[in-house]
Write a protein that binds this ligand. Structure first.
Ligand SMILES: CSCCC(=O)C(=O)COP(=O)(O)O
Ligand SMILES: [Zn+2]
Length: 215
């Protein structure tokens, strides 16, 4: 293993912190979601959540370390997240990414379905766009949306084709979002900014529909 025990335990502790923060927001319904923190680039090794766990709880069996092929780097009875390959794609395509967080929320699912026909969700002129590290005046962001292929290699390959360093996230139709950053702090900030923008936009559409506001 190319990382020290201390580095691995530090990544597990930081994953615990992110996990409990998101769990308090009910962002892991029905054991959904997965989280990772990169440990090394060459070879690619990262700590990732074990599959099927209740992510609102902490246990000594929550994380394991995998390589770029999503294989555990040392013998373990734990199974890596079923979606580990998506984390590996993010780390390969966005070398600056140091952490990658995936959650299923009602708002990200609604937006992913509403805008799937356009394969992207765009929004402009919202202060929280700065939370994505984009500070230009009246910025517009466009978040790609991919089909929710049940076959994970197919899903990972669809994600591989649409993610870019400019936008730190991708929506999967009626499934959830992956967001990343150059630290776990940045990945969390990006995830929170995306979720704010999704909820704002969906609520805006609802209010407009109800004619409470005129566009
Ligand atoms: C019950 S949610 C279905 C699988 C999923 O989308 C997910 O995020 C959790 O899978 P994991 O293997 O990481 O527990
Ligand atoms: Zn998922």
């Amino acid at each position: 293993m190319s990382t020290t025990l201390e580095q691995r335990l530090d990544a597990f502790r930081r994953l615990d912190e992110a996990k409990l923060t998101f769990a308090r927001r009910d962002w892991f319904p029905g054991t959904s979601g997965n989280l990772s923190i990169k440990l090394s680039d060459d070879p690619l090794h990262f700590a990732v959540t074990a599959s099927g766990k209740d992510k609102t709880k902490l246990s000594p069996e929550d994380y394991l370390v995998v390589d770029g092929d999503s294989k555990p780097v040392e013998p373990t009875s734990l199974k890596p997240s079923a979606e580990t390959m998506i984390h590996a794609v993010v780390y390969r395509i966005i070398p600056k990414a140091q952490a990658c967080f995936h959650v299923h929320t009602v708002w990200n699912n609604l937006i992913s379905e509403l805008y799937f026909s356009q394969r992207a969700f765009s929004i402009q002129g919202q202060e929280l766009i700065k939370g994505l590290g984009i500070w230009e005046e009246n910025a517009r962001i466009t978040v790609p949306i991919v089909e929710n292929f049940a076959d994970i290699p197919t899903l990972a390959s669809a994600i591989d084709k649409v993610i870019t360093p400019e936008i730190p996230g991708v929506l999967i139709r009626n499934h959830g979002i992956y967001a990343w950053g150059d630290s776990d702090f940045a990945a969390k900030r990006h995830l929170e900014a995306f979720e704010f923008l999704f909820e704002y936009h969906a609520r805006w559409l609802q209010l407009r529909q109800a004619a409470v506001v005129t566009p």
